[in-house]
Design a protein around this ligand. Structure first.
Ligand SMILES: C[S@@+](CC[C@H](N)C(=O)[O-])C[C@H]1O[C@@H](n2cnc3c(N)ncnc32)[C@H](O)[C@@H]1O
Length: 167
């Protein structure tokens, strides 16, 4: 059987977001590590204040909140809960959680769960700890001085340098 090699982007995509990928597990990211979202309700309260300020700057009481890479919706749930105490009692908030994983059971029904960012929104888009989870190619300079894509062996994660970087 021949070894299968693929680029880092493809390998990370499969490991994180494939059918049995890390971020699709039922326990969610919070089952493995904490972010500011899980560490304290102070964080959601601060984002709630930011949403109130955003609505004021937009001159509206009707505002959208988009949580990009929402985990299991912990932040958006916390912000909705914190709004009344943070000066947002009169705001009409449409809350969206954008996530590749499935909607968790029992999530606040006010939260719309979507796989893609909603179009035409006006308000605050928040993406906490998202960019460090976007699969990208990895390149290294080879012994020959040429920048080459790093390839990963599917079987065991061994690495080798592949084709020169292009494009
Ligand atoms: C490190 S977790 C952060 C979760 C949460 N924002 C927090 O701070 O606790 C990154 C999340 O982004 C999600 N994600 C990654 N790429 C995404 C994409 N293209 N669209 C939607 N969600 C994405 C992952 O499934 C994962 O739940």
């Amino acid at each position: 059987m021949r070894d299968e090699w693929r680029g880092w982007q493809e390998a990370a995509q499969a490991a994180l977001y494939g059918d049995d990928g890390f971020y699709r597990r039922p326990e969610g990211p919070a089952g493995h590590f904490r972010t500011s979202v899980h560490a304290s309700p102070l964080f959601a309260a601060a984002v709630a204040r930011l949403l109130v300020r955003t609505a004021a700057e937009l001159g509206t009481a009707d505002v959208d909140l988009v949580d990009m890479g929402a985990g299991r919706g912990e932040l958006v749930t916390g912000v909705l809960a914190a709004l009344p105490a943070e000066g947002g009692a009169d705001l009409a908030v449409r809350a969206y959680a954008v996530e590749l994983a499935a909607r968790p059971d029992g999530l606040d029904p006010r939260v719309e769960w979507c796989a893609e960012p909603p179009k035409g929104v006006r308000g605050l888009l928040f993406a906490n700890e998202w960019l460090d989870n976007v699969p990208l190619p990895v390149a290294e300079t080879g012994a020959d001085g040429v920048e080459r894509y790093v390839e990963v062996r599917t079987r065991d994660g061994a690495e080798r340098l592949g084709a020169p970087v292009s494009g």
